[in-house]
Design a protein around this ligand. Structure first.
Ligand code: HEC
Length: 195
């Protein structure tokens, strides 16, 4: 189950819960004056808070997709072996030639569709910004889904294999930012590390 919005959903559920707990009694108090007759609404609030939490917890049990964790465990050397399948179209070395596809040196952290001398599809060229780890992950997972009508058709379905390839691309990218942080495991929210 891949739900990049899971964190947001949980945050929204928590926020809703907080609003209900702290907001509704006040609101009920305003309506019913000094809390008389507000009991019913209060009960309702606690009923809904429980529901929200139950929903969030259920969603959390299906471990969220964690690109940070995948990359932390990835092996650029096996990524280097895996890109053999890309080499009919791409070169990887610095200053390497463009082929059917552009040279892939220095991609992560660099503008999308920016290799000089390569004639990109308008679909890819119309994407703004740089190749982040997340965007590269989505592109390589299903390039036609991420860039409909783009010039590349690739699907690397296995998460670990894709992470290896992305880590390899990162190792060739002087502008690459640090890997995304792995999502903190549920319940283990210590923040001990200084950096
Ligand atoms: C059959 C040829 C072909 C193969 C095989 C192929 N690609 Fe591509 N790739 C392309 C083309 C063509 C483009 C340009 C797409 C466009 O303009 O929309 C591209 C674009 C890309 C880009 C974006 C480059 C940029 O400058 O923004 C990346 C990253 C990429 N490919 C990675 C890979 C990886 C990794 C593999 C192997 C798993 C792979 N490609 C296999 C043809 C291919």
């Amino acid at each position: 189950m891949k739900d990049p919005l899971l964190g947001n959903k949980i945050a929204a559920a928590l926020l809703t819960a907080l609003l209900l707990v702290f907001g509704l009694p006040q609101f009920a108090g305003m309506l019913f004056g000094g809390g008389h007759g507000g009991g019913k609404e209060l009960h309702l609030a606690y009923c809904c808070v429980e529901l929200d939490f139950a929903e969030a917890a259920a969603a959390e049990e299906e471990a969220p997709y964690d690109l940070g964790l995948l990359l932390a465990n990835a092996n650029p050397a096996s990524g280097e072996r895996r890109v053999a399948v890309c080499k009919s179209c791409h070169s990887f070395e610095e200053g390497g030639p463009n082929g059917t596809g552009p040279n892939l040196y220095n991609k992560i952290g660099t503008d999308i569709a920016s290799k000089p001398g390569f004639n990109y599809s308008s679909a890819l060229a119309s994407l703004d910004g740089v190749w982040t780890w997340e965007r590269m992950d989505k592109y390589l997972q299903n390039s036609q889904e991420y860039v409909p009508n783009g010039g590349m058709v690739q699907r690397i379905a296995r998460d670990e294999q894709r992470a290896d390839i992305i880590a390899y691309l990162g190792s060739l990218s002087p502008n690459a930012p640090p890997y995304p942080e792995p999502i903190a495991s549920a319940g283990g929210g210590e923040e001990s590390a200084g950096e």
